[in-house]
Design a protein around this ligand. Sequence first.
Ligand code: UD1
Ligand code: CA
Length: 465
Amino acid sequence: MDLNILVMAAGLGTRMKSQKAKVLHRLVGQPLINHVYHTALCLAPKRVVMVVGHQASDVEQVLKNFHSRLLKKAEQNNTPVAPEFVLQTEQKGTGHAVMMAKKLLARDSTPILVLSGDVPLITTNTLESLFTQHRTLNATATVLTTKVANPTGYGRIIRTQQGNFSHIVEHRDAGLKELEIDEINSGVYCFESQALFAALEKISPNNTQGEYYLTDVLSILRNQNDKVAIYQHKAPEEVLGINNRIELANAEHRMRMAKLESLMLDGVTIIDPNSTFIDLDVKIGIDTIIYPNTIIEGETIIGENCTINPGAHLINSHLANNVFIRDYSLIVDSFLADQTTVGPFAHLRMGAHLEAGATVGNFVEVKKSKLGQRTKAMHLSYLGDAIIGSSVNIGAGTITCNYDGKNKHTTVIEDNVKIGSDTMLVAPVRVGQGSMTGAGTVVTKDVPENSLAVGIPATIKKRLI
Ligand code: UD1
Ligand code: CA
């Protein structure tokens, strides 16, 4: 689109009562500013300029990281435009914030869409309609407004007798009559670039906050007979600003519910949406059942017909089809093939990889390890840096002693091995296929194929075939 986007994101967000800049607070797993940037990108603008100030370098880093993640996922002919940054060292108001971008955006006549970093629920559709109306009416400026049940805190839209735009009064500057107005300024606007920057030269901080208000630009334009239009949006929940943690929680609830509803409409059973937390990028196949009190985060993918029991917490993991996660299991950065079962109370992390039909049971931790097809580790084990073949049985209490105090070492267990209860595998070590270890064995040297190892340290007792 022939459009530049400016995002105001320099404020601290005093009402958040936080050490952290407001736009870095998370909403459904992503900093607020990423939501706004993502929506901006969906409009395919020429440039996206971010006005940063409070914790500027952190905000920049967050956006740069997000941009490179999007770049990796993007198709070749649809690469997301990188964010550009301008610094507002002192936060003297929204008008002052926009002035900071003059050098970058006043060069040509590309219209500017101004967004607020703290209005993250706005949709691309709404912004498109705003821009279309702005164009159709040939307006110099268009402000996005909406009617709300509780306008407290927002700037009120004052209309002329004919119902046209007159000016905006901030809540703090408003008189009693004005406070009754329920049409509010969303903080989202379209401007013709040259007119915007010319009018910004004329604003002054004559208000209760001593700030340069961007909203004053609109009355300046109107008073010089430029066309200032209103685009009144019918869905107030989209333009809710986030100024305190109650509003943050409300927005979180709204976005999560929307995600859960879209999953349910796509064939996923969610038994109790009120106690289920699923991030926006998560994908889930049909007939999967999600029990209450579950958290599914990041870029997790779950296949069809899986069961996720209460208390499960999945992060950036991939579950194929017919996977069964039993109660209270934590699964991070892991892959689980078809028909695998995990838990209850299991911990999989850092590239745990379970092949089809593998089972990990109660109080088992698996780190950076691969379990082959139909392999079972049912009780009380630690499997770290292990490569385990298929149809292996890991007895209760088995531990891969992978750390010698300095380095991590690998344990290899080949196909059809039976590891006896309470075996310690002191890595680096290999147990050959078809072998067995006795209960309580401490394996310090490689065990050849088809043999029985017992004792501390283990010795080879006999050949099994
Ligand atoms: C602003 C509008 C108000 C509107 C509301 C909608 C003004 C004067 N008021 O009020 O009419 O109803 O948004 O949500 O514009 N920012 C900067 N630099 C600054 C000040 C603010 O970058 O110097 C950024 C903030 O980080 C924030 C955004 O601008 O992302 C809005 O600022 P905020 O202080 O939250 O304005 P509101 O009081 O909500
Ligand atoms: Ca705000």
